[in-house]
Design a protein around this ligand. Sequence first.
Ligand code: DON
Length: 570
Amino acid sequence: MIGPARCSAPGRCAWLLLLLGGPIAAPAALPNDMVARGRAGVVVTAEPHATEVGLQVLRDGGNAVDAAVAVALALAVTHPQAGNLGGGGFMVVRMADGRCSALDFREKAPGSAHQDMYLRADGTVDTDKVQSGASAAGVPGSPAGLALALQKYGSKPLRELAAPAIRLARTGIPVDQFLAASLQAERKALERFESTRAIFWRDGKPLQQGELLVQADLAATLERFADGGAAGFYGGRTAELIAAHMQQHGGFVTAQDLQGYAPVEREPLRGSYRGCEIIGMPPPSSGGIALLEMLNLLEPYDLRALGFGSSQYIHLLTEAMRRAYADRARWLGDPDHYAVPVAGLVGKEYANKLRASMRTDRVSEVAPGLPPGAHESDDTTHFSIVDAAGNAVACTTTINSTFGAGEVCAGAGFLLNNEMDDFSAKPGVPNQFGLVGGRANAIAKDKRMLSSMTPTIVLKDGKPLLVLGAPGGGRIITAVLQVLLNVVDHGMDLETAVRAPRVHHQWQPPWLSYEPLALAPEVRDRLAAMGHTFADAPMAIGRVQAIAVLGDGERVAVCDHRSGGAAGAQ
Ligand code: DON
């Protein structure tokens, strides 16, 4: 879930800083810019050490995929709220020679999983079992996915790219304000696990800002991965530790599940919007489909003329969002287990049909499960990287909640994911993000749970224009949509586009969420008169890490002011 909203420097986001009690600067040697510009490589991540690790790989001659692997491993150490070895993710790659790829290293349900595994005898969902501790964990995908990305598109040895993460884990990093605040905020969820306290607690309480976080077990796990590649995680000592931990603590993942895990290289989803080409993540992410569906719905309208922040603009956004999220709930799941009608959903004809029910003057009925054409046979963190040659990577990885399942795998030193909650544990019952689903996303053995992660690359004239993505649960997709619209429709520069306040509607629950300053009082009144209802209080909607490549070749990397982290140029 979106944790405490975060900022990393004075003036970046006054209302969020209030929640934390004021800004504290990052260590001097680390990148500390929210915006970085350059003509060679640029990197933006949610944590400054990780940004620096990525920049160093680029300086040493690595490409964007090399840098992405090193950044992801560094985040597993320096950003334990979401960075991970024990989770999964998606990586959208666009190489300068035109090759594109969508790497799927989403976690999978264990082999013993079944539809009712999180239901109590009375038929209600056992939220604790599906969200907390070993029982909530799916089979990790990140190590295998990073190894595959490197093998297919990278150029450097894994050992070299893992070295900075191993060093950071072994020598330790001072706990920064964000990690300290997150540990404090999640104290209840974490302290019940002895293996977690052993690493993140000192003197009976969570590590405080400035204290050293040393992760010796994680360093050893990373070393085994660096030496053996995927086999050094899914087999040998690490696999033994995971399987033993699962057996002792009520988890379902077995040594056989680990042996059987394989990432999938998928065809990226492609669409168009106002002359741009959109390269997105296909299922088991809902991000690419929902983004394209919303863009298709909005394309005929002159959004710029309606004006950013106007009631008409927000109304149309909302109407598009409601339809895309209703389809998400009805149609989307793991394509290897459910016939997701991808082409139907992202087709312009389907959008034309859906648009017919949209009204410009008031909230209109969304018919859940409107058939989109024939069936075909069948705390998250995002970083964006563009290297000097123009290779681009958008990568989002997750352990689901902030600190995942809250439980560290004893001896292996990494936090377990609680990704099983991204399945629909019971049809129509919302998960922790309020998202509902049905058969398409029902739990089944070896199935991947549906995701909202939306790593996206936008091309203009065959070259990258935007590389972006975000954490934020169900709000990821609408955050990415709005930054894209802010640049393409409203002509904002990237920093303004990322900073601009956002809104969100996910069909169910049936209200509009909004950030502070997103709805001027008269706009809110007009929307209410059109039939809109509103969430009780403003909330952060995604934390976007984005790169724009300008017409003259300059690259601008922007770290969301809602997030910690840093942008850097090579
Ligand atoms: O894959 C998904 O959609 C979720 N596990 C993402 C969770 C998330 O973004 C939490 N972050 N703030």
